[in-house]
Design a protein around this ligand. Structure first.
Ligand SMILES: [Zn+2]
Length: 163
């Protein structure tokens, strides 16, 4: 028996409880690229996962895995209007909203990967790419560093198509 099979990662445990067993790691690592299929949760009705001695919403857990740190209590994942099922836990079918809409503006910053993609940022990157005559990503980043420009990873990923 393979010793590694005894120990399952958290994402493997979650994946086993989703209809069709999608590759959870692949979708988390390419977030916010959309994964169109709903992930129908087949685990407990409360949609909780037990990990590190705590029970937590599965969706929240997935966002913690994407963000690399716990979301502040001010943010909650809210199902997007185009998601087809109340049992779906696909993180790309959720938006992060301030916990209390009346306190909008009071929340702390989101981890960079969870920030909503600013399309004006993407336009800015594309303009620079054109102006600098289609540099590769590392040349582009070197130019940005020289000028003190910074862009988010998701916007860069989209502009460079994952190069
Ligand atoms: Zn869905």
């Amino acid at each position: 028996m393979n010793a590694t099979s005894i120990y399952q990662s958290l994402t493997e445990r979650i994946g086993e409880k989703i209809d069709g067993h999608p590759d959870v790691d692949a979708v988390l690592s390419s977030y916010p690229s959309p994964a169109p299929d709903c992930w129908i949760w087949q685990g407990n009705a409360a949609m909780l996962i037990h990990h590190d001695g705590k029970s937590k919403r599965v969706v929240r857990t997935l966002f913690d895995l994407i963000g690399g740190e716990a979301l502040s209590d001010a943010w909650i994942p809210v199902r997007a209007a185009n998601c087809g099922s109340r049992l779906c836990i696909n993180p790309t079918h959720f938006e992060l909203k301030p916990h209390n809409q009346n306190r909008y503006g009071m929340e702390g910053p989101l981890p960079p990967r969870l920030r909503k993609l600013d399309t004006s940022e993407l336009d800015e990157i594309r303009e620079l790419i054109e102006e600098w005559e289609n540099p590769d990503r590392s040349t582009f980043l070197a130019n940005c560093a020289a000028f003190g420009f910074t862009f988010s990873e998701p916007a860069l990923d989209l502009a460079f198509g994952g190069n």
